[in-house]
Design a protein around this ligand. Structure first.
Ligand SMILES: N[C@@H](CCC(=O)N[C@@H](CS)C(=O)NCC(=O)O)C(=O)O
Ligand SMILES: [Fe+2]
Length: 354
């Protein structure tokens, strides 16, 4: 079982990528709109096929990436029928299974944070994804979207604490940097829901949380009721070249594209002079600005043309794209694989040895 826990720092949301290693089929739980590019890059780099995105609930604090991932990767959208969201490919009822390869997630209704919240339990009950029903040493608020403290109390006790003590619990958020817990641990140490605490105590606790509404609520809830379909589609993707985006956060261009467009871009080689003039040679027309001098030499880089950065392997030049981005250059990409791949694929070089 492949599991990756991904974090959106803006909303403190966790997204989970689960995949069956044999078939490479994957599921993404609670993707975030702004992180779709990152998540798609990871799916691609790990050689996975995203079969489903699933939502634990209609989120109030961020927009889901479900719709955008369906557009980009062809994944299908599953939501709980009780969520009221429209535009999904599947509306899950209690005990419905979302299958990926030989594995599946089972849908357990856990209302209370919202009326349509669900927890997804992995087939062997080794892990469960609780959304905001149960957070680590906490739980989701119950003061909007059909939330109800008594309902949440019963959901946690009946649907989550009935799982094996060793079952790992992965929450929808954490605001302190905690990542995972277990049923046994929360039964003992959850300050609101531990087994020693009664329903009346819990309701009192939840009635006096005194939290301000999430900042994104007015935008997020209507968008999530449509599975994250934006009101007006925007194409924020760079269109000056067929770029690929890596999970490391770098835009890259492939050597064969660069070879055909040498005159349309500015090539900045960030190696040292002895490398630039050494046996690997350099891309025709490249300008030498060693990485250590880049920030003080920005006047040598024109904003009139897109910039492609180059080094030996593509590592230093990846960092150069980050520095140029911070300096306000918006059309920047790294030459994938650097001079090593350029030479291996036998493209033209200036200088260098055969
Ligand atoms: N300050 C955050 C608040 C987020 C919030 O209210 N989160 C909900 C989950 S959607 C919650 O239950 N939080 C519990 C808590 O903050 O203890 C924001 O504006 O986004
Ligand atoms: Fe929530």
């Amino acid at each position: 079982m492949l599991l990756r826990q991904l974090f959106d720092p803006q909303s403190s949301t966790y997204t989970y990528l689960l995949a069956d290693p044999a078939s490479r089929e994957a599921v993404l739980i609670d993707p975030v709109f702004e992180q779709v590019r990152r998540d798609a890059a990871l799916v691609d780099e790990l050689g996975l096929k995203l079969a489903w995105t699933v939502e634990t609930h209609v989120h109030a604090d961020h927009v889901t990436g479900a719709w955008l991932l369906r557009e980009k990767l062809g994944s299908r959208i599953a939501v709980s029928a009780a969520s009221g969201a429209e535009g999904a490919d599947r509306r899950l009822k209690p005990a419905d299974r979302v299958t990926f390869g030989k594995r599946y997630l089972e849908t357990h209704p856990t209302p209370g944070h919202t009326a349509g919240c669900v927890t997804y339990v992995l087939d062997d009950r080794s892990m469960a994804f609780t959304g905001d029903a149960l957070l680590i040493r906490g739980c989701g608020r119950t003061d909007f979207q059909g939330g109800d403290a008594r309902t949440l109390f019963r959901s946690v006790r009946e649907q989550i604490f009935s799982l094996p003590d060793r079952c790992l619990l992965y929450p929808g958020h954490d605001y302190r940097g905690l990542t995972v817990t277990s049923v046994g641990e929360e039964k003992l140490f959850n300050p609101r829901l531990a087994e020693s605490i009664g329903e009346g105590d819990f309701v009192g606790y939840m009635t006096h949380l005194g939290l301000p509404h999430p900042k994104q609520m007015d935008v997020a809830v209507p968008a999530n009721l449509k599975c994250g379909q934006p009101a007006k589609p925007s194409t924020a993707e760079p269109d000056w070249a067929p770029l690929t985006y890596t999970f490391a956060g770098i835009w890259e261009v492939q050597p064969h594209w660069l070879e055909e467009h040498l005159r349309h871009v500015q090539i900045v080689d960030v190696r040292e002079p002895d490398e630039f003039n050494g046996p690997l040679g350099h891309v025709p027309g490249a300008e030498l600005i060693p990485l250590g001098k880049l920030v003080q030499s920005l006047d040598k880089v024109s904003k009139a043309k897109p910039v492609v950065t180059v080094c030996r392997s593509g590592a230093r030049s990846a960092q150069a794209t980050v520095l140029l981005g911070k300096a306000g250059f918006d059309k920047v990409a790294n030459l994938s694989g650097g001079m090593l791949r350029w030479r291996a694929q036998r493209f033209a070089v200036e200088g260098g040895s055969e």
